[in-house]
Design a binder for this molecule. Sequence first.
Ligand SMILES: [Fe+2]
Length: 261
Amino acid sequence: MNYSRSILRDFENIFLTYTETFLNGDTEFDKNILLKKKHSLLVWRECRQLAEAENFSRRMAAIIEIAGLFHDIGRFAQLRGFNTFVDCKSINHGVLGREVLLKTKMLAALPERDRNIVFTVTKIHNERLLAGNFDGETLLVAKAVRDADKLDIIRVMLTEYAKGKLDGTVILHLEESDNISPRVLAHLKQGENPSIADFKTLTDFKLAQLAWIYDLNFKHSLREFKKREFYEQIASYLPDIPQVNVLCGQMLDYLNTGTAD
Ligand SMILES: [Fe+2]
């Protein structure tokens, strides 16, 4: 398949047509549909930039872009069905996303091999860690989409924190408290990315976003994380308490010395 820009535009139109059907006129609901639509489009852009920076082949770059655009396609049905983005209280939106792609045949124009990569990556993009037996191409696309997704979710959350008045759905209905939940703390101490299912407070979420540096796969992503001053910005919203400061110091050290491939 010749992956021209116009093929990518065709997929963008398919994506836009699908998401449009979810708007129902309820301002609060539509706001979150539009939030995920914008996120998907920006993850697509992040994917394009990452693929360029890392010099991937044209085919791999195109699959990464398409997977980036569709990775959260399950979010729309999740919000409509459950009015939440919390997977553990509703449905795994990665698994749902794969089902949506299968059912709607939105990716019918792709060669089977490439379509299957997008199906798998959509399904697994939100796992805490990439585990399982995946072929090299699937793994590469999954790593790229996960990095792009993280970079854009940080943008989403920083925008939300800056507003002051937080949207319950966007902050995953977390308690606005300085506490760090035990399981989150255990992962952070080990220099690991915590599990979203363990988040109880907004402080958990903010610290976990910093801890995403441990899970970034490409040099480009770590470079962008630094260039956009994500550490400084997220840290400015964290409570100034010893426990948090120790963890932040640990993450800042990694950021200054860490090496992603
Ligand atoms: Fe997602």
